[in-house]
Design a binder for this molecule. Structure first.
Ligand code: TRP
Length: 343
């Protein structure tokens, strides 16, 4: 029988529970704006859980990757501060994690060159996530970076020899490219890199308040940093349907079920139970429950985030320490790569 990625992820979870110290995670985000609830339940909560379980965590602030779909990285240092505040407020422990950025780690970027030689143009052209991003891009022409950033992402993962990458489904094609590059490098030059596994999140993807993919550019996302009023307003405008009876039926009633799911995640309860409680209360009652649950859940995270944003010196110190550690690790790996390729 074929093992699916879901099976593989369950198997990995069992191994992580038994031997967390055998795993190193690399994951990260583009600094293009504040993180939202989709990020929180899709990946941030998972990172925090795995870190608390004893897995080593590397988190990349993907500042060079901002330039894949736009010509200029606007407000990048403000977004970097915000991203680090989001991470720490969500519970990532900076005394154990390495939080760093692309632009501060030259040896990581240098890996891009040998890695580009290990993958074909045809393989890069087939990547469905890159195709989607090109479709949604605000640029009139596709840059070489848009086309090749999955290779850069392989450098992000392999420079620190991460063996585990918690991802959403949209990142799976990139993950395949990373695995291909690691395998081909090892075959051609000798064993240097692990072939990292993707770890899928157990939580279904949250939709935005309009029922589409949640994203900051669509204005349908609830930012961790949003105020309680902004949150309530966004949820009041959310798309629902005409049936007053509230139920959790993701296949047939995606918008209502998504709101129920959001409340359930925030309350740490089963979505069917949350829906049953609202019963025939209709969309207005549902929205009130969702807004209250989200605001209550985020209250401590928001308070902590506001404190962190008021202390930029501290935030920048966390990043500087992460950059320093990432540089030491990247220099060591680049030395191994040079030696392997020279012999
Ligand atoms: N592509 C990711 C995003 O858009 C960010 C990212 C960059 C990343 N490098 C990575 C994620 C390596 C996982 C592994 O959010």
């Amino acid at each position: 029988m074929e093992t699916t990625l879901e099976d593989r992820s369950r198997e990995l979870e069992a191994r992580i529970a038994g031997e967390p110290g055998a795993f190193r995670i690399l994951t990260g985000d583009r600094p293009t704006g504040p993180l939202h609830l989709g990020h929180y339940f899709g990946t941030l909560a998972n990172r925090v859980r795995l870190q608390r379980a004893g897995v080593e965590l590397f988190v990349i602030v993907a500042d060079y990757q901002v330039l894949t779909d736009r010509d200029v990285a606007d407000n990048v240092s403000e977004h970097v501060d915000g991203l680090i505040a989001d991470y720490l407020a969500a519970g990532i422990d900076p005394s154990k994690a390495t939080i760093f950025r692309h632009s501060a780690v030259p040896a990581l970027n240098q890996l891009m060159l040998p890695f580009l030689s290990l993958i074909s143009v045809a393989e890069l052209s087939r990547n469905p996530t890159v195709k989607d991003e090109i479709g949604a891009s605000r640029q009139t022409s596709v840059s070489g970076l848009m086309f090749t950033y999955p290779v850069h992402q392989a450098a992000d993962i392999l420079f620190c020899k991460a063996n585990l990458v918690p991802v959403g489904k949209d990142q799976l094609p990139h993950q395949e490219i990373t695995r291909t590059i690691a395998r081909r490098f090892n075959e051609r030059y000798g064993p240097v890199f692990p072939v990292p596994d993707a770890l899928l999140s157990a939580v279904p993807t949250l939709l935005g308040t309009d029922g589409q993919k949640m994203s900051k550019s669509r204005g349908n996302a609830i930012a961790l940093s949003a105020t309680e009023d902004e949150t309530a307003r966004l949820i009041r405008r959310a798309v629902t349907d005409a049936d007053r009876h509230i139920a959790y039926e993701p296949e047939t009633r995606p918008e209502v079920s998504n709101l129920v799911q959001l409340a359930a995640l925030c309350q740490g309860r089963d979505p069917h139970a949350v829906a049953a409680e609202i019963g025939d209360g209709g969309a207005a009652a549902l929205k009130k429950v969702v807004a209250d649950s989200v605001n209550e859940f985020l209250r401590p995270i928001r308070a902590r985030r506001a404190e962190l944003m008021a202390d930029r010196t501290y935030l920048r110190g966390v990043l500087a320490a992460g950059d320093e550690h990432a540089n030491a690790v990247a220099d060591r790996t680049l030395d191994e790569v040079r030696a392997a390729m020279a012999s």
